[in-house]
Design a protein around this ligand. Structure first.
Ligand code: ASP
Ligand code: MG
Length: 416
């Protein structure tokens, strides 16, 4: 068994769908499960629909219409003839969605969100399944909600592994080409749930785990996992091999590699994960597996822009120790600050945080009651895994370094 995951960018238009076929033809599709996300930016577009629905905006119908038109154009490109059954199938999904919006009585945003957002994946997999049949890649369309069972923590549901494993064992036919939706699951009342934005990789890992798959491949628009984000660093290099642990570390420091949630089930069964380019499927890409820390052994760079560095010292020169620290952390938690780095000395304490929820001002007010506070906004946090002097110099060049911290494998630098 192999599991292939195709994200929204890989199927953003008819050419993407055709390219998916090319990938399958080149790489083989025996005993394969394909997990697919919503096409292009559909999930964002459906988020607009949901917002319009709750805000009772007049744009509700037009935003819904945009989503329909986008898919209709792809259908026309792929099938030309509007009599093709795929048009009807897609249309009836959209009718189902409209009916839901007309009749829904629940005021619960998260619940409604999941019921609506799931249509992105349902529609994309119907279109792709139909197209695969059209080009004679006979396949079996699965409603993932019959397999992945979760609690009802809408928008970030937790998998019920026992029932999910049971459902997959009982209902999944390994001998054929299967296609299903990423991101979705269902609760015990069969309402749609979702696993969190960008959750399709996780879906692939859940199936791989339950099916004891040989491998998972995530098809991307980059050649694999790089040692730096090419948007911010020149000369980003491809990593050939990287251990689960290293990948989890990189993700922890903010690299948009692979979510740790995705890696955990794979790591438990030692199922290798490949990240490859859907444009160059024969290239090796990156293999994430148990062995090998990192190959090649080069520094990896992660940058988080727009962070906040807060430095505190006691008003009366008393030490900053356990009781102060516990107060500080309570406040950081209260204001939902994601802590990136901390550094402390006898009478001062610095923390670099991600102000994700725009709570900086109330936090500072609160802190100022007890401490002398200085705050630097819009700083950048650089993390270098497996640093060397050249890597450090490259980061520090032309920048004002506000804080620097190193452990054996990791260096963190906050710059202005
Ligand atoms: N379509 C969902 C999203 O954009 C899930 C995914 O792409 O993984 O978040
Ligand atoms: Mg997506």
């Amino acid at each position: 068994m192999q599991v292939f995951k195709f994200g929204g960018a890989s199927v953003k238009d008819a050419n993407g769908v055709k390219n998916l076929v090319t990938v399958l033809q080149k790489m083989g599709f025996k005993n394969t499960l394909i997990v697919v996300s919503a096409m292009g930016k559909t999930t964002n577009a459906l988020e607009m629909v949901i917002a319009n629905y709750f805000d009772k905006k007049n744009e509700l119908q037009s935003s819904l219409q945009d989503v329909k038109k986008f898919h209709n154009a792809i259908l026309l490109d792929l099938f030309e003839n509007e009599q093709h059954p795929s048009f009807k199938r897609v249309n009836s999904l959209f009718e189902e969605l409209s009916l839901f919006l007309e009749t829904n009585k629940s005021p619960d945003y998260n619940f409604v969100y999941d019921q609506v957002i799931g249509y992105g994946e349902l529609v994309s997999t119907i279109i792709i399944s139909e197209y695969l049949n059209e080009v004679d890649l006979k396949n079996n369309w699965l409603d993932v909600r019959e397999f992945i069972k979760t609690d009802n923590y809408y928008r970030s549901a937790h998998v019920n592994w026992d029932i999910t494993q049971q459902q997959i064992l009982n209902k999944f036919d390994k001998g054929i080409l299967n296609i299903t939706q990423g991101f979705l699951g269902s609760d015990s009342n069969n309402f749609t749930t979702t696993l969190g934005r960008e959750g399709s990789d996780y879906t692939a890992a859940i199936f791989a785990y339950c099916l004891n798959a040989e491998s998972v491949t995530i098809w991307k628009d980059v050649p694999g996992i790089l040692n730096a984000d090419p948007r911010y660093f020149e000369n980003a290099q491809l990593l050939n091999k990287i251990s689960y642990r290293e990948a989890i570390e990189l993700a922890f420091y903010g690299a948009s590699v692979i979510h740790p949630k995705t890696l955990q089930p794979l790591q438990r069964k030692e199922i290798p994960l490949f990240v490859k380019s859907f444009l160059e499927p024969e290239n090796k890409g990156t293999k994430v597996c148990k062995e090998a820390g990192l190959d090649p052994q080069i520094p990896c760079f992660i940058v988080k822009k727009n962070q906040v560095l807060i430095s505190l010292s006691s008003l009366d020169f008393s030490y900053i120790v356990e009781d102060n620290l516990s107060d500080i952390f309570k406040l950081l938690h209260l204001y939902k600050m994601k802590v990136d780095v901390i550094q402390n000395s006898a009478i001062s304490f610095s923390v670099c945080v991600d102000n994700m929820y725009q709570n900086l001002n109330p936090l500072l007010q609160h802190l100022k009651a007890k401490f002398k506070v200085t705050c630097n906004e819009k700083v950048s946090l650089y993390t270098i895994r497996h640093y060397n002097q050249a890597a450090i110099s490259q980061i520090e060049k032309d920048k004002e370094v506000l804080l620097k911290q190193l452990t054996q494998e990791t260096m963190q630098i906050v710059t202005k």
